[in-house]
Design a protein around this ligand. Structure first.
Ligand code: DQA
Length: 151
């Protein structure tokens, strides 16, 4: 199994109760469970990490180590202004996919910009929990095409 890191940023621990009209009624544990199920079928072994703190997210990304081959990340509000998380992703050079539950391009002006997306393979936004599953498929596909296996 190929190890990947799945990162969820601030306030995503509140999914299920947080603005359900925007983010849906599914909690993060259930989303992670679905990601875990699909990951297994794709030959990936995810490690899940959620934090409300920018520095902790940076430390976790830096600590990826050689056994981790890719990152799936929903940076939450850090998407829009964290140059430090962007630099952390760029520094470790692993393929990364950015995901969002809501369509950030159809919301407030400040949400339309992602400072993270330019250092990612791509972004999936607006499909609720499916954004994670679609993003995971894209990451798996990229790892496959690069011939990355668990050896
Ligand atoms: C979000 C979008 C962000 O703008 C917001 O700050 C979040 C969630 C999403 O998944 O739609 O916390 O990343």
């Amino acid at each position: 199994m190929v190890k990947i890191l799945v990162v969820n940023g601030p306030n995503l621990n509140l999914l299920g109760t947080r603005e359900p009209e925007i983010y849906g009624s599914m909690g993060l544990d259930e989303i992670n469970r679905q990601v875990d199920g699909l990951a297994g079928r794709l030959g990936l072994e995810p490690e899940f990490f959620q934090s409300n703190h920018e520095g902790e997210i940076i430390d976790r990304i830096q600590g990826c180590g050689s056994e981790c081959k890719g990152i799936l990340i929903n940076p939450g509000a850090f998407t829009h202004y964290s140059y430090a998380i962007r630099d952390a992703i760029a520094s470790i050079g692993l393929p990364c996919v950015e995901v969002h539950l809501s369509n950030i391009h159809a919301r407030e002006e400040f949400r339309k910009q992602s400072v993270i997306a330019p250092v990612c393979l791509g972004q999936v936004s607006g499909f609720g929990r499916q954004s994670y599953l679609l993003g995971l498929r894209a990451l798996a596909d990229k790892l496959n095409s690069r011939g990355i296996s668990d050896e």
